[in-house]
Design a protein around this ligand. Sequence first.
Ligand code: ATP
Ligand code: MG
Length: 584
Amino acid sequence: MPWEPIRKPAEVRAHTNLGDYDQTRRRFSWSAARETMSGLGGGALNIAYEAVDRHPAGRTALRWVRQDGVVREFSYGELSRQSNRFAHLLRALGVRRGDRVYTLLGRVPELYVAVLGAFKAGCVVSPLFSAFGPEPVRQRLRLGEAAVLVTSPQLYDRKVARVRDSVPSLRHVLLTGDGDRPGTIALGPALAGAAPEFEIERTRPGDPALLHFTSGTTGTPKGAIHVHEAVVAHHVTAAYALDLRGEDVFWCTADPGWVTGMSYGVIAPLTHGATLVSDEGEFDARRWYSVLAGQGVTVWYTAPTALRMLMRHDPGLAKEYDLAALRFVASVGEPLNPEAVVWGQEALGLPVHDNWWQTETGAIMISNFAGEEIRPGSMGRPLPGVEAALLKQGEGGRAEVAGGQVTELRGGGCQGELALRPGWPSMFRGYWHDPERYEKAFAGGWYLTGDVARRDEDGYYWFVGRADDVIKSAGHLVGPFEVESALMAHPAVAEAGVIGRPDPVAGELVKAFVSLHEGFSPSEDLRAELLTFGRRALGAVAPKEIEFDQHLPHTRSGKVMRRLLKARELGLPEGDLSTVEGSS
Ligand code: ATP
Ligand code: MG
C-alpha cells in the first residue's frame, strides 16, 4: 500500500463517541436507538419534533451567513415557531398528509422553516437543487407529483414560471419574501399571519417523509423514498461517523437539494441540538476558510470535489486563518483520493475522514471513525448497526444471482459488489413510481449497491468503482478510482477521470482524462511523463492513453461523470444530462 495509515493522537481518541469499534458494534441495536427517539409518544415519530421541538428554546439552532457576509442567528425556539406557522399555512391551503412539498431554494432560512414545517404537517419533502434549470425542475416536479413548491421570486422567474403549466398537480407556489407574482403566495406575510403553535402530525415511523432524487451519475435520476424513522439513523450515524455532539458548531457544505445536504445539512445536527452553520455564498477558498474560522466550526462535512478545489491553492492559504476550533473533518460523495487525506493533515492540521453512503441508504453506512485509525484511500468500516458484504460478481460486473441466491465472499482481500443487509431505519422504501427497479435492487436478502469494493484483512473497505465503470483490460479488473488517485499524486494533475475504451486486443484499454493545476500546461512531454508516472505506480493497469481536458464533466453534486466521458469518447448518445454541471 503506497499510503501509511494515519493514527490519531491519544488525546483525540479520548473524545471519540465510538470507543472500541468491535465492542460498540456488538453492543449496538437499532431498536434501542429507536427508543431514544419517539418523543411524540404512543408510537408516533416525526422528524421535525426530534430535530427541533425537543431542544431548549434558547439554544442557537442556525447561524446563517448571508451572501454579503452578515450573520443572523436563529434559536431552536424561533425555528420551532416558524415551522409551526408554515405547517399551519399548508393546512390552511388544504394540503394533506402525504402530499409532496418541494423546495427550490438556496441556503436561506426559509428553506429550514419550509422543510421542518412540511414534516410537521405530515407532508413528504422533496428538495431540489437550486442550480437546476427549468427542464430538470419540471421533470422532478412531475415525477413526484408536487402539490406545493417553495421557491424565491428570482428562481421562480428563471426556472418555474414557464414550466408551471405542465405540472398539473402543482396547486400552490409560495415565494420567499413578499415577492408578488400572479398565481403565487408571498411567504413572508402568509407566515406572519399564521399561528405559532401547531400540533405536530402524529406520523408513524414508516410514513414517507422525504423524496430524494439521486445524482444521476449513472443515468436518469431515481426518486428514493425515505420515512420518518430515518431520523434515528441520521442521529446515530452523525454521532459515530462525524463525531457530532450537542456542543458542536457544524457545517455541511453539501447543497440541501441533495441527500447529504438534507440528512446532515439539516436533520442530523439539529437532532443533536448542535448549531448549524449555513453559508449562502458560492464556493470560494477564502470565503470557506473565513466561514470555518469566523464561525468557529468544530465539525466539518464536505466533499472530495471541494477539497480538490482547496488543494488547487497554496497550502499556506489555510494557515492565514485561525482554524483552532476545528476538530473533525469528513468527506463523502465520491472516492476521496489519499492525496486529499494527507493534504488535510498538512493544511488543516487534521486528516480527512472519508465515508460512504448513497441516496438510497439515507445515512452514512461505512466510515473512517474519529479516534480510530484512518486508512487513506479507504472508505473505512461499517457503522454499528450496519452489516456489509461483498458479493461475487458475474458478467457485467453486478452480483451474480442464481435462483434468487448470491455468493458472499468471506475474509480479507476479496473484491465484489458491495451489499448491505436491510433493516437500518434510513433504508429507502421504494423508488417513486418504479417498484420494479426497487425489487431488482435486492437479492438473497441483501440490498445491492451497484458499487464494487475491496475489503482488507482488517475489515476496511476500499472503493473500486461503480459496477458499470469497472474496466476489464487484458485480463485485469481495473477500478477507475485507483488509476485516478495514482495520477493525482503527480504535482501537475488536479483531477482525473478514467474510462475503459473498447480495444480489439485488450478488450478495454485504460484511458485517462486529466485536468492540470494552475501553472502547468498540456504538452507531449507532460503526457509522456504522466504515462511513465502511471506505469511506475500501477504497472499493468496503468493508463495507456492520456487526454488533457480542463473541463472534466461533473454532476451538479460534484462527481466526475465517467459515463459522459465514455459516451463522448465512443460517439454515443450522451443520455440524461439534467444533472451535468453547467447544463440547464
Ligand atoms: P445515480 O444513482 O443517479 O447514478 P449517484 O449514485 O451518484 O447517482 P448518489 O446517491 O448521490 O447518486 O451517490 C451515491 C454514490 O456515490 C455511491 O453509490 C458511490 O458510487 C459514490 N460515493 C459516495 N461516497 C463515496 C465514497 N466515500 N467513496 C467512493 N464513492 C462514493
Ligand atoms: Mg446511485
